[in-house]
Design a protein around this ligand. Structure first.
Ligand code: FMN
Length: 421
């Protein structure tokens, strides 16, 4: 593949790591069992093949038919049901699963998983299953904090299980505390991360910057821009879902932190520069997708500026250019540019002459790929019509979702690192 070639993706799913993957969703008897419908629905929409296994207590709360209507596959409820999908082979799903997700997980099911009991369809499947286990507990806070439950959680964690939540908040009983099922989207985000283990970026560290920066004018005002951070967050997820260890350096955005990565929150361009230089030293690749303010007020006022009838002129000074600073701190040390970070990706957001500006950036900033985006239409939206610009090629991606663009970037980085071996 030549460097600007855009890798193909599964149609309709934007290269989603869940597409075509076999997941067993175990549902136990928590009042939060109805939220497992949302988890199943989100994974099904992403193209996953989901086998749902319900405990008896779960089936008393939510019908197997409701799950079946969402996943379009037979749902397992009872062991030994001759007409059910496990009638022939009681561990059939254990051997096809690429991940076993227990959500919600009751105190009772967590105890049975930890002890290795196999007294129903879900625990029998779990005991025979060697795929990664994701557990999303939901229970009254007193059940969660009980030493017995905590001991079982420690046992399962030591065996490699990934726990998601429980969250703090209001319980169905009306009490407040830690015990709420994690948000379905967060559970699914963790499943994607787990499925990424062993992917083409396994063992690689990728640093991604995202969002705007804020440059203070006084204690209550700042200069900033319309960047939503969506593109950078999508890139961070896409490289994580290919197995990378990710450090996401984020300006202030209105987005939930993605699962299973280190998120470093920064405000100003100078904070972002410090964080990037700190983490880039050991990175294999950097993707600088943040919309860093080009200028900042020379001096932020110590107290709030007062309204006045007179004109107010703000004196601005340029901020450091992070990619140029990165190049100075970590020079490329040979013709084939093998200096850490080995692969450097920048973004260009331009209102005009997109490709010409991207080419200029490529050369000046010594990066391997510029993802050129037209603005303002890219800001805040879910889609983008990006163009990949490398020293020897220009490849328009066409209109895609930001997740689709992010997948293409992640595949490009993986290919580039593989080519360097
Ligand atoms: C309405 C209702 C809600 C319940 N919610 C929870 C819960 O959120 N978490 C929990 O651990 N147990 C909860 N229980 C208790 C479990 O259903 C009970 O421990 C059961 O044995 C769990 O079986 P299972 O783990 O096989 O699904 C609830 C019970 C009822 C009747």
């Amino acid at each position: 593949m030549t460097s600007a070639n855009v890798p193909l993706q599964a149609p309709g799913h934007d290269g989603d790591g869940l597409c075509g993957r076999r997941i067993v969703l175990g549902v136990s008897g928590s009042i939060a069992a109805y939220k497992a419908l949302a988890i199943a629905s989100e994974m099904a929409a992403a193209g996953a093949l989901i086998d749902v296994v319900l405990t008896d207590a779960a089936a008393a709360l939510v019908t197997p038919l409701a799950f079946q209507a969402i996943v379009h596959r037979p749902v397992v409820h009872r062991l030994g049901d001759p007409s059910g999908p496990m009638g022939m082979d009681h561990v059939a799903h254990a051997h096809t699963a690429e991940a076993l997700v227990v959500a919600p997980a009751t105190a009772h099911v967590i105890a049975r998983l930890a002890l290795g009991l196999a007294d129903d369809a879900l625990t029998t499947t779990a005991l025979a299953c060697r795929a990664p286990l994701v557990v999303a507990p939901a229970m009254e806070p007193d059940m969660w904090t009980h030493p017995a439950t905590q001991a079982h959680v420690a046992t399962l964690t030591a065996r490699g299980a990934v726990f998601v939540g429980p969250d703090d908040g209001r319980m169905a009983s009306g009490k407040h505390g830690q015990g709420r099922l994690a948000d379905p989207a967060v559970v699914v985000d963790h499943v994607r991360a787990v499925l990424g283990h062993g992917g083409p970026l396994t063992g690689r560290k990728v640093v991604v910057s995202a969002g705007p920066t804020r440059e203070p004018i006084d204690p209550v005002r700042y200069l900033s821009n319309h960047s939503s951070g969506r593109m950078g967050y999508a890139v961070a997820r896409a490289v994580r879902d290919r197995g990378a260890d990710v450090v996401l350096i984020s300006g202030p955005v209105d987005l939930a932190p993605p699962a299973a990565m280190t998120v470093v929150a920064v405000e100003t361009a100078r904070d972002m520069l410090d964080a990037v230089l700190t983490h880039a030293a050991t990175a294999d690749a950097v993707v600088m997708s943040a919309a860093v303010a080009d200028h900042r007020p020379i001096e932020a006022a110590a107290i709030k500026l007062k309204r006045s009838a007179a004109d107010l002129a703000l004196a601005l000074t340029p901020n450091p250019d992070i990619l140029i600073a990165l190049g100075a701190e970590f020079p490329r040390w040979s013709e084939d540019k093998r200096g850490r970070p080995y692969v450097r990706v920048g973004f260009a957001a331009e209102t005009h002459d997109l490709v010409a500006h991207a080419r200029d950036k490529l050369a000046r900033k010594s990066v391997d790929l510029i993802v050129a985006n037209p603005v303002p239409e890219t800001f805040g939206g879910r889609n983008s019509s990006a163009t990949f610009v490398t020293p020897d090629a220009v490849a328009p991606l066409g209109e895609r979702s930001k997740d689709g663009v992010a997948s293409a970037i992640a595949d490009w980085i993986a290919q580039r690192l593989a080519d360097m071996l």
